[in-house]
Design a protein around this ligand. Structure first.
Ligand code: GLU
Ligand code: ZN
Length: 281
């Protein structure tokens, strides 16, 4: 078993991150497996070296260890380009130059029904879809033509195994849900040339991750990842989506919640065992 914790160095780790990292760590420990740290820093302008240092310090303080050097996604852009080229060759990508405002305007048109929200926000209305097969130039985003992708994969059972406590069992992907509620997601952003979805799929495979542990908020995104794995011929890991740590008003913790930063609890004298108790482990 190989698990991983894959934070972005865009803020301090909070209790939600601690829960995720500890859950992945405990799972690997129990199976005599390996735990990896991966730094998801594709969005370079938002990433900071001091946050990355804080990730290392806080996780070590919690008692976690991992092999060094850790993989940085910013060093993997070539691998993401290769994956994009393979998807392009399959005929499932198209260039898109729509801005957020363009998309909002297209969705406001009278013939569009209610706006459906997918894993990345409003489901794309398909404005640039007729550009399927056109070359993707620097500065274009690349979108996945979901219907084409599913047509290419028709006859294949698209599914993943979920072992988290909340939704255990085999999840079969529903093509109509993927088309209507996920849609043509961006796989390469115009500013960074890749995306969370593409990078995470390429790297989970490259690192031989057998078990992906992450928050239940990413369950909808997992459908996209399974489609990408099938298109790229990569294995689908086992998924463990866990509950989210919330504040007293019921809101999910975010990077801005510095009051719940591990760093803050360390400073006021909490121990790693206290952190485990606070997240219910
Ligand atoms: N970098 C992503 C995050 O911090 C990783 C999510 C995942 O584990 O797939 O949300
Ligand atoms: Zn477009």
């Amino acid at each position: 078993m190989i698990t991983r914790f894959a934070p972005s160095p865009t803020g301090l780790l909070h209790l939600g991150h601690a829960f995720s990292a500890l859950t992945a760590w405990d799972l690997a420990q129990a199976a005599n497996g390996q735990f990896l740290l991966r730094i998801e820093d594709i969005d370079q302008p938002r990433c900071r070296a001091d946050y990355e240092q804080a990730i290392h310090d806080d996780l070590h303080w919690l008692g976690l260890a991992w092999p060094e050097p850790v993989l940085h996604q910013s060093a993997r852009l070539g691998a993401y380009d290769d994956a994009l080229a393979r998807l392009f060759a399959l005929g499932v990508l198209y260039p898109c130059t729509c801005t957020r405002a363009d998309i909002r305007a297209a969705l406001a048109a009278p013939q569009e029904g209610d706006v459906v929200h997918g894993p990345d926000g409003p489901v794309y209305p398909g404005t640039c879809r007729p550009r399927l097969g056109q070359e993707i130039l620097p500065g274009d985003a690349a979108r996945l033509h979901m219907e084409r992708a599913l047509a290419l994969l028709s006859g294949r059972a698209l599914a993943f195994d979920e072992r988290g406590p909340r939704f255990p069992g085999q999840h079969r992907l529903q093509p109509e849900v993927l088309i209507e509620e996920v849609g043509d997601v961006v796989l390469a952003r115009k500013d960074i040339g890749t995306s969370y979805h593409l990078s995470v799929v390429v790297d989970d495979a490259a690192q031989g991750i057998t078990d992906v542990v992450r928050g239940a908020d990413l369950l909808p995104a997992t459908q996209i990842h399974v489609v990408l794995q099938a298109l790229l011929g990569l294995p689908t890991p086992i998924y463990h989506h866990h509950r989210l740590i919330r504040d007293e008003t019921g809101r999910r913790l975010a990077k801005r919640d510095d009051a719940r930063a591990i760093r803050h609890y360390r400073e006021i004298g909490a121990t790693p065992a206290d952190i485990r108790r606070m997240v219910g482990l």
